[in-house]
Design a protein around this ligand. Structure first.
Ligand SMILES: Nc1ncnc2c1ncn2[C@@H]1O[C@H](COP(=O)(O)OP(=O)(O)OP(=O)(O)O)[C@@H](O)[C@H]1O
Length: 834
């Protein structure tokens, strides 16, 4: 009620204390409550069961203060009472208050604790245990029942486990607190600490604990004996960061196993028996921890493999590899980003990683945020966190520049293949399915999800310990024809996956997703990424980081551009990473004058469309826009890059836009701050928001007008067609591009054929784009009886694009479709439509 903290402690926590209670039955601890932070009158509302104690048993209640930085907690006050007295008081008083005695020298004041004790029928407990036991061995003799009760209640081993974990937890907490000094280690120590804390809080009430698990915890405690002193950790941590990283990662795996074993992991109750079969794994882990302890003590390097909780035995054969080749996975799916710059987004990454690690009914996390706020970069860091732990199950990164990733079958196959490669049992289950039904890979997407993913995963869920993560990045960039299917799949089918599968989805908060995901809030946890100006330290770290190479490249003063200017940049960014990234690329371009460019950036007026202004500046500041040829070519090139469903090389763009060889290469040199490209390589926009800018009908800069974009594109395409160019932008090397031969079998039917595969028409074209000039060209086609030859080699959504063109042009052009039957077996649905 009134506490006058000891002066030595007062400084450490100026506000209220962080209190918790431990309860002992004789010498055994039977309860440790959670810590209630910064409250002088905390309430715990926790309970435990006493194992038929004699009435004379003394119960001891100790009040502790959890001191965040000191390492050992402070015993604040203590009360003792016998079970008989307490029972008696609880029968006659509504609230029973125990007066506590303050610990001398540590606290002064009055402490009282309200407790209650009630008896439950012992017979009932015996009957219940006997009933459970009888399922194992029936009927049970009375003596056996009593043994079972004792074994089941086994308070000794469970309190031993919680006591041991207590020590491990404070050591891990010390590592977590050393934080920055151990940046690489910190996320794993933190994950292990969180999982073990939740296990620890639960096993206080646990009835049953296996000795092997106690041994595992004891091995952890021995291993972590080095981390009891924060000061020496701080001093020496750098020198053993690598082995510490290995130790903490191994601890995460141990924590998953203990969590699952104690019945509070991802597995359903029925599967915990198969976990009991994991004794072998527990022993292996214990040995590994003891080995690590020796290696650590002797300062030896350790091998990098972690003994995983999830792999129970190896199942691998060549036949499986062949079967998996039937899956059509996204060809390039990796992230080009490095993930978050160290020191940025730490809180949000920690939050997401932990939310995915701890079992929850809400299996899916949806990270939403405006364009360029940094969602994909965060997703990369989270994926990397789980990849290193061997727990990244599958990932799909949608991209407007890689339309092929949006094919429904490709999506499902990429997930199935990713999962198969993370766990041998999953691989075996998926391969069994593929071997059993060779046509499954062509079945409708709903069937494939059920039979290729859901059923196999359910069949092996008893073998999976700890979470496996599926990452779906940039859902808003999923192509139109699969988009609503994908959103529904996430909202309604993913929650049917076994609980070990946790899903991270990132996207802009677009209305269709918001509506559907909000409806399913029981399964989807929404995590909006805010651009809160109050917390701009992330962007500040990022801007400082980007300025250094600019200073080095241009030989600028080490303090350039000065604190005030950097503050202006931070403010101007509005915490939008893409703004900062583009602005600094623009300022630092090799051929630019950084000081002038920085001035121009800061001169822009503050408006809502800050990013568009910046893009306009980046466009207008480069090249000779006064030259009509430059203007026309640049518009055509940028539009082609923005609309391409697969990235094209500079020479492919030259051909596509009917430009002189080398034109695209010379023009693209000017746009390094918005286009990613190297000579001979495919060009893509650096960020999807630049595609939005280029294609948005309201985008008008002094020299660039998006109305020109479509027209220039359509005209460009038809010019190419007019020249009878045998043109094919399928996955062919550049050298084949301009003289792609029509196969002989087809040629026989096509006297004057034209090879053309449209990868980038489709949903972007509307009827209104076909103005007089274009129609005239189309009529000429008709007159010349040109034939469209649609080469069927690519993914389904490409056909949707072609279909769209056909629909728009069918009034004007007689379209003949030819195909090679051998290539068409998988496309029959589309062909019927065509
Ligand atoms: N934490 C970070 N550390 C370093 N760079 C970052 C970080 N966050 C974002 N960036 C930079 O900002 C750019 C935009 O970020 P990102 O692509 O992750 O945004 P987004 O929210 O996914 O955008 P969109 O919704 O348009 O896909 C990235 O290309 C990267 O260069």
């Amino acid at each position: 009620e009134t506490i006058d903290w000891h002066p030595g402690l007062r400084d450490q926590y100026k506000k209220s204390p962080n209190l918790y209670v431990k309860v002992y039955d004789r010498k055994h601890r039977i309860l440790k409550t959670k810590v209630v932070k910064q409250k002088i009158d905390p309430s715990w509302d926790e309970s435990c069961i006493l194992n038929s104690p004699p009435l004379s048993t003394i119960l001891t209640f100790c009040l502790f203060h959890d001191v965040p930085l000191v390492g050992s907690d402070v015993n604040v006050a203590k009360a003792e009472t016998s079970v008989g007295d307490l029972l008696e008081r609880c029968r006659s008083e509504t609230d029973v208050w125990l007066d506590m005695e303050g610990s001398r020298g540590k606290s002064r004041g009055t402490f009282r604790l309200c407790v209650s004790l009630r008896a439950i029928a012992a017979q009932e407990v015996i009957t219940k245990v006997a009933r459970e036991a009888s399922t194992l061995e029936s009927p049970l003799p009375v003596g056996k029942v009593m043994d079972t009760i004792e074994a089941a209640q086994g308070l000794d081993s469970s309190s031993k486990l919680s006591d041991t974990l207590d020590g491990v937890l404070s050591a891990l907490k010390n590592i977590v607190e050393v934080g920055d000094a151990l940046a690489k280690v910190h996320p794993y120590a933190n994950t292990a600490w969180k999982i073990l804390t939740s296990v620890y809080n639960i096993i206080q009430h646990q009835q049953e604990t296996d000795n092997e698990v106690v041994k595992l915890a004891e091995a952890m405690a021995q291993l972590y004996s080095f981390a009891t002193d924060v000061e020496s950790l701080k001093k020496h941590s750098k020198s053993f960061e690598d082995i510490l990283l290995h130790i903490t990662m191994q601890t995460v795996e141990c924590a998953f196993l203990i969590q699952e074993y104690c019945g509070h992991g991802f597995l359903e109750r029925v599967f915990q028996t198969s976990i009991l079969g994991a004794t072998k794994r527990i022993v292996q882990m214990t040995n590994e921890l003891l080995r690590l302890k020796d290696a650590f003590a002797q300062g030896m390097a350790v091998q990098t493999t972690i003994v995983s909780a999830k792999i129970l035995d190896k199942v691998e054969n060549l036949e499986n590899l062949e079967l998996l080749k039937r899956l059509r996975c996204a060809s390039s799916n990796s992230s080009s980003s490095e993930g978050c710059l160290r020191g940025t987004r730490t809180e949000v990454i920690k939050h997401i990683a932990l939310s995915l690690t701890i079992p929850s009914e809400r299996q899916i996390i949806w990270l939403s945020g405006v364009a360029g706020s940094g969602k994909s970069t965060i997703a990369t860091s989270v994926s990397e966190h789980f990849r290193v732990l061997g727990r990244l199950g599958a990932q799909i990164r949608f991209s407007r520049n890689h339309g092929d990733r949006s094919d429904k079958t490709v999506i499902l196959h990429t997930i199935a293949s990713g999962l198969a490669n993370t766990h041998p049992h999953i691989k075996q289950a998926i391969c069994n399915t593929l071997a059993h039904d060779s046509h499954l890979v062509e079945a409708p997407p709903g069937t494939q999800f059920q039979e290729l993913i859901l059923n196999p995963l359910n069949s092996v869920k008893g073998h999976l310990v700890g979470p496996l993560i599926i990452v779906i990045d940039a859902l808003d960039e999923c192509a139109e024809d699969s988009r609503s299917w994908m959103i529904e799949l996430i909202a309604n089918s993913f929650p049917k996956l076994p609980k070990v599968f946790r899903v991270l989805v990132t996207s802009r908060p677009e209305s269709d997703m918001t509506m559907i995901f909000s409806k399913n809030s029981a399964a989807i946890y929404q995590c909006p990424l805010s651009l809160n100006q109050e917390n701009n330290s992330d962007i500040s770290v990022y801007i400082h980081h980007c300025l250094k190479p600019i200073r080095d490249l241009h030989g600028l003063d080490p303090l350039w551009p000065g604190t005030d200017t950097v503050d202006q940049l931070i403010n101007r960014s509005g915490n939008l990473f893409i703004w900062a990234a583009t602005a600094l690329k623009f300022v630092g371009e090799r051929t630019a004058q950084p000081k002038k460019r920085l001035e121009a950036v800061l001169k822009m007026s503050f408006r809502e469309d800050n990013l568009d202004q910046l893009y306009a500046l980046a466009l207008e500041s480069n090249g000779d826009w006064a030259d009509p040829e430059f203007r026309e070519s640049t518009t055509a090139i940028l539009s082609t890059i923005a609309l391409a469903k697969l990235p094209m090389t500079d020479s492919a763009i030259d051909a596509m836009c009917d430009l002189q060889v080398g034109s695209t290469a010379s023009i693209l040199q000017h746009f390094g701050s918005v286009i990613q490209w190297n000579v001979g390589h495919p060009a893509t926009t650096l960020h999807a928001s630049f595609n939005d800018f280029i294609l948005h009908p309201n985008t008008i800069t002094p020299n660039f007008d998006s109305a020109m974009v479509k027209k220039s594109l359509v005209l460009g395409c038809f010019r190419v067609l007019q020249k009878h160019l045998r043109f094919n932008i399928c996955n062919l090397p550049d050298s084949h591009l301009l003289n792609c031969e029509v196969p002989a079998s087809v040629k026989a039917h096509l006297p004057d054929s034209l090879t053309y595969t449209s990868r980038f028409w489709g949903s972007h074209l509307a009827e209104s784009d076909f103005d007089e000039e274009v129609l005239q060209l189309l009529k000429e086609f008709l007159a010349n009886k040109f034939l469209f030859w649609l080469e069927v080699v690519s993914v389904q959504q490409e056909f949707a694009a072609v279909e769209q063109v056909l629909r728009i042009t069918e009034q004007y052009v007689q379209v003949g479709v030819a195909w090679e039957l051998s290539k068409l077996s998988k496309k029959s649905t589309w062909l019927t439509t065509a």
